[in-house]
Design a protein around this ligand. Structure first.
Ligand code: ZN
Length: 460
């Protein structure tokens, strides 16, 4: 028997089956019950969240031959329902806006729309990615939307509603589809694995659901890929091997080394991930996720609903969170996010990643340097500094200071008495540049230097 992809095999058939879009399903059912179905709908939302599925359910509900009038429970067995299910009905016409975007095609649609449906109550046009239509095509469409024949319904779907012209939007009833939560995706994946009688490791499902990023279709196609490997049971190791998802244990290990300020251990743990075939960007993404989990665990406790983790991962996140303070985690996340973009445009992504991770691991060694540099920037004397110890030219610096209550700004200033003398800015700059400690740090840290330049430019 040929393999049917899961997204097709398990496509929701009724309003009650559509996952994660209950309010929309309820509103549409109400419209059918009260005979107030609009003549045009706009379904907006990211890919794979159920827009086309919902459009087909609505089409079946309007046209089901088992009932005299539109129904909230289409039979899914009549000729019309079966044809709509596979997108091949004579009265329910599915058009891909991306490939049929020319004005002629919409004119043709307009001419055909005049004719009554062949066997059902309505002629229904489902136009996917409607924002891709050309301006001419939009205008042609607008003409028919202004005075649609009573037997015509339109369902437009788009991932970019802002590109759908206002005159079309104002003639549609719009529904915004939510991204589907990882928890709901995980439930569906589990139920499918059980129906398919495929053995799997319990810990596999949540990470897989998280990888889908709110898209049920992506979740199912990831599962398709795992199933196609032919290995059973499906395990978390398969995620690493076939889907490039870092093993969570390895990411936890790297995070622990950073938290323990172990420079050598940090680089070794990174090497472990790189040699497993992961790209720098994948590693950064996973670290952002991990640091985010620690931040949430630290702020709301490990039992928080905000954590999409297995029981074992929760306790692990709790332990790891002890190694960081919240401010450091916030700093790390924002730095990693910036790093992600730098890495994509860098010829030396590995070095950038290593430098940044060492920066996290050795954060206490950087406090004095940041403090000195901020003094250099403001050109203020130590006395002025004391009046405003919390102010710093860089947000990152102040975050770090707040995160390290054991060293105050004053102590740090005293560490380097050289700055207490009234010297010119250029004298201070020379002293700083020639300071061996500063030199070492600056050489390794492209990111820090850039940050200072930016801050300088921002000064009025
Ligand atoms: Zn039917």
């Amino acid at each position: 028997m040929p393999y049917t992809v899961l997204a097709r095999k398990y496509r929701s058939q009724t309003f009650d089956e559509v996952i994660g879009q209950d309010p929309i399903a309820r509103t549409l059912k109400n419209a059918i019950k009260t005979a107030k179905v609009a003549h045009a709908y706009l379904f907006a939302g990211t890919r794979g969240v159920g827009k086309t599925t919902m459009a087909r359910v609505l089409a079946k509900a309007l046209n089901c031959l088992a009932f005299e009038t539109p129904t909230t429970q289409p039979c899914c067995k009549c000729e019309s329902c079966i044809a709509v299910n596979v997108g091949d009905d004579i009265d329910v016409i599915e058009i891909d806006g991306a490939s049929n975007n020319r004005v002629d095609e919409i004119r043709e649609l307009r001419q055909n729309a005049i004719y009554r449906p062949a066997r059902s109550r309505f002629k229904i046009y489902i136009i996917d990615e409607v924002h891709m239509l050309s301006t001419g095509a939009f205008n042609a469409l607008l003409k028919i939307l202004e005075e649609p024949p009573s037997h015509v319904k339109f369902i437009f779907a788009t991932t970019e509603p802002n590109k759908v012209i206002a005159t079309i939007q104002s003639r549609c009833q719009r529904f915004d589809f939510n991204n589907i939560s990882a928890r709901l995706i995980a439930e569906q994946l589990k139920s499918i694995l059980e129906q398919e009688k495929i053995k799997y490791q319990e810990d596999l499902v949540l990470p897989l659901a998280k990888m889908a990023n709110g898209s049920m279709r992506d979740g199912l196609s990831l599962l398709d890929r795992l199933i196609s490997t032919g290995s059973e049971p499906l395990t978390t190791e398969l995620l690493e091997e076939f889907l490039g998802q870092p093993n969570s244990e390895k990411i936890y290990h790297l995070t622990a080394e950073i938290g323990d300020s172990n420079a050598a251990g940090t680089l070794a743990a990174l090497e472990d991930l790189v040699s497993a075939g992961l790209s720098e960007v994948q590693i950064v993404d996973s670290l952002i996720d991990c640091m985010r989990d620690l931040m949430v665990a630290k702020s709301t406790g490990t039992e928080s609903e905000l954590l999409i983790l297995t029981a074992e991962q929760r306790s692990r996140a709790g332990e790891l969170a002890e190694k960081f303070d919240t401010a450091a985690l916030i700093y790390n996340i924002t730095t990693l996010e910036k790093l992600r973009w730098s890495i994509k445009n860098s010829d030396t992504p590995r070095a950038l990643l290593e430098a940044s991770l060492l920066r996290f691991a050795l954060s206490e060694h950087f406090l004095n340097v940041d403090q000195l540099l901020s003094q250099l920037q403001t050109g203020s004397s130590a006395a002025q500094k004391k009046k405003q110890p919390a102010r710093s030219v860089r947000n990152e610096t102040s975050i770090e200071q707040r995160g390290k209550p054991e060293t105050t700004a004053d102590e740090q200033t005293q560490d380097k008495p050289v700055l207490n003398h009234p010297k010119t800015a250029s004298q201070r700059k020379n002293e700083l540049i020639n300071d061996p400690a500063v030199k070492t740090v600056l050489i390794g840290l492209d990111a820090t230097i850039t940050g200072i330049e930016e801050a300088k430019n921002q000064k009025p």
